[in-house]
Design a protein around this ligand. Structure first.
Ligand code: GLN
Length: 305
């Protein structure tokens, strides 16, 4: 298996030249365009890895599935999906147009920025914990990694340049989708996107989803099975932004990408896969990462369809 992974990484590294690292968040420009790594964590606790699997990167939009899990556990699906839809979109992840024209101002789904910001606003604080503390606690638990933290430079860079997200959020405040203080909700969103992870961390999150909400390493059940089913379904239809349909055909595995270069893929009952390659295609998905997943899917027969 490790030979297969090494070969797949080496053969697909050339594609990283065809993409570009995200530059609309200045701090992301510092990533090394040629990096490419993969980590597999199976539901039987086997681990395989190759390439730049150990590099740290910001989780970005992959945090959208973590915050959706928390919001669903806390509020139930009826409440969450009353304010955010579950329909795919053909617009880009930071599009503002659909908010005004479609679906009665409801964000189309929780994987685009507007939907994720609305979902984050549903995570409550308690006496000793802000929403971001609860998100960090949850992510440390589902990765079994207590060292996970926010990359402060990326957070500040997002906050400084996140005008589009501000526009989306103030629009949603005007239509009562966002009920809380906009700047506080945005601050949690920017921090959640700036959480630093490795391929191993996201592979482990994916393995928990693959395993129906049970941590494979301790057998502890921490997410209701129904929530894992909802998350995996939304990953299939919306997880790769406006390239989700094409990805479902070519790879066929519930996945979520982020502009930091990560892709989290969950193969039901079998394994979690974490891929990292910061060179992105025009839709904001890791260009080398998609190639690696296409080949892995073919070689290991991973498509769920
Ligand atoms: N923080 C990024 C943003 O809001 C996340 C987007 C992404 O990963 N697609 O623009």
């Amino acid at each position: 298996m490790e030979n297969l992974l090494t070969r797949i990484i080496n053969e697909n590294k050339k594609y990283t030249n065809l993409g570009n690292v995200a530059d609309y968040i200045p701090e992301l420009k510092k990533a090394n365009k040629e990096d490419l790594g993969v980590y597999i964590y199976t539901t039987d606790n086997e681990e395989y890895f190759a390439g730049d699997y150990n590099k740290k990167f910001s989780i970005q939009s992959i945090s959208k599935i973590v915050t959706l899990m928390l919001a669903l556990i806390e509020n139930g699906e009826e409440y969450v999906f009353e304010k955010v839809g579950v329909e795919p979109t053909a617009d880009s992840f930071n599009s503002i147009v659909s908010l005004e024209t479609k679906n009665f101002h409801k964000p189309l789904n929780p994987m685009i920025n507007s939907g994720a910001i609305a979902v984050i606003s549903m995570i409550s604080e308690n006496k000793d914990e802000e929403p971001i503390d609860r998100i960090l606690k949850f992510i440390r638990k589902i990765t079994d990694n207590q060292d996970i933290n926010i990359n402060e430079k990326i957070y500040l860079s997002e906050k400084e340049t996140g005008h589009r997200n501000r526009a989306l959020s103030y629009f949603m405040k005007s239509t009562n989708i966002l009920e809380k203080n906009v700047e506080e909700v945005l601050d949690t969103y920017f921090k959640a996107c700036s959480i630093e992870v490795t391929c191993k961390d996201i592979a482990k999150i994916a393995s928990v989803l693959a395993n129906g909400g049970i941590l494979p390493w301790s057998k502890e059940k921490i997410i209701p099975r129904k929530v894992t089913r909802i998350i995996k379904t939304i990953m299939v239809t919306c997880g790769m932004y406006d390239a989700s349909g094409e990805f479902a055909v070519s790879v066929g595995v519930p996945s979520k990408s982020g502009v930091g270069g990560g892709i989290l893929s969950s193969v039901p009952s079998r394994m979690g896969i974490g891929v990292y390659g910061p060179a992105l295609d025009s839709k904001g998905n890791s260009i080398g990462g998609i190639k690696v997943l296409e080949e892995l899917s073919e070689r290991l027969d991973l498509s769920i369809f």
